[in-house]
Ligand binder design. Structure first.
Ligand code: WQD
Length: 319
């Protein structure tokens, strides 16, 4: 059994790759290295492919044949919300085009197992305390739209030719399983605050007048190592009989406000950095927290690490 991991040189992908290798599964990586870092996958077979390019189906077919690929974990995608608002066509071309090419190659080569990297961004702004997978998807940006459409494509392939799929809707992923795999992009709250601390600048809180526990936005932060293990559970699930397409939230079920995250960062770092209370950021749901009953009951997976380990591991990776 060999698993093709697309986006395997990325922050989350490289944790998935390492978890697979640790349990003795053979892995081949496909990555265009636009955001991926070669050092994260040193020593592995890496196919440099833009999955959305016209020649991609043929190239993927060759990778599948050469490595006897039996399953695919598809993480390769563009994932910056702001950028997706500026370049929606490109997001669809990349995320939907890439998935279409991958599914084409899988179908032609008879590879029928796929774990698809989806997102809580498919929910948009839900008005519930914790969101179940059945909550209607109403994404509010092109990034989230590409993830929802991607899920539909997996459902349609399951109906049309018997693909077995799981879509994992990631909530707010953070932390590091090893220093060299750490999140180096300054795109999310915890890395942004660390960068501010290291530059001696204040951290910023976007919005303090939300209807939440302390007025700042609440999110469900999941450790990247726990998330990697969810992919293994999803693969095992697909190996059982008669699977079609199942969707799972991947979070902890517990929310923390931005101010609570900052307090945890102060505790872990021992640095009493300044905090700048700013206006709301456009498009932020006040509260986004996973209902994790389905993944626990069906895959037997639940997050093992909390906010403390998330912040500690991310900070340790930088120091
Ligand atoms: C978390 C909270 C901010 C920075 C995004 C995407 C989502 C998914 C994960 C990819 C929010 C607040 C942030 C800062 C702050 N992406 N914040 N000060 O927006 O919940 O989710 O990343 O798969 O689709 O939307 O994550 O880390 O940007 O923000 O107060 O300097 O922290 O307003 O409430 P978000 P985030």
């Amino acid at each position: 059994m060999t698993v093709l991991v697309t986006g395997g040189a990325g922050y989350i992908g490289s944790h998935v790759v390492r978890a697979l290798l640790l349990r003795g599964t053979r892995v081949v990586v496909a990555d265009d290295l636009s955001a991926g870092i070669p050092a994260r996958v040193r020593g592995l077979d890496v196919a440099h492919i833009d999955l959305a390019a016209a020649e991609a189906p043929d190239v993927i077919r060759t990778v599948i044949k050469n490595h006897s690929v039996t399953s695919v974990i598809h993480l390769a995608a563009r994932k910056q919300v702001g950028e997706s608002l500026e370049k929606p066509e490109w997001y669809f071309q990349q995320n939907i085009g890439g998935l279409a090419n991958l599914l084409t190659a899988m179908r032609l080569e008879g590879v029928d197992r796929l774990v698809f990297s989806s997102s809580a961004a498919t929910y948009g702004i839900p008005n519930v305390d914790s969101v179940t997978e059945d909550y209607p998807g109403r994404p509010i940006n092109p990034y989230g739209e590409t993830k929802l459409v991607g899920e539909w494509m997996v459902t349609d392939a399951a109906k049309a030719w018997g693909l077995r799929g799981t879509s994992l809707r990631y909530f707010n992923v953070a932390g590091a399983g090893a220093a060299e795999l750490a999140d180096t992009a300054l795109a999310n709250l915890i890395p942004i605050v660390f960068a501010a601390i290291r530059a001696g600048k204040p951290a910023t809180v976007f919005g303090t007048d939300y209807p939440t526990v302390d007025g700042s936005c609440v999110r469900d932060y999941v450790h990247v190592q726990d998330l990697a293990e969810a992919h293994l559970a999803a693969l095992d699930y697909l190996d059982a009989d008669a699977r079609t397409h199942s969707v799972f939230n991947v979070g902890t079920g517990r929310g923390y406000s931005v101010l609570e995250v900052l307090a945890e960062i102060k505790r872990v770092t021992g640095i009493d950095f300044e905090v700048n209370l700013a206006e709301r950021r456009a498009g932020d749901p006040p509260f986004l927290c996973a209902d994790v009953s389905r993944i626990k009951e069906t895959l037997g997976w639940s997050a093992q690490r909390g906010l403390g380990e998330i912040v500690e591991s991310a900070w340790a990776a930088l120091n």
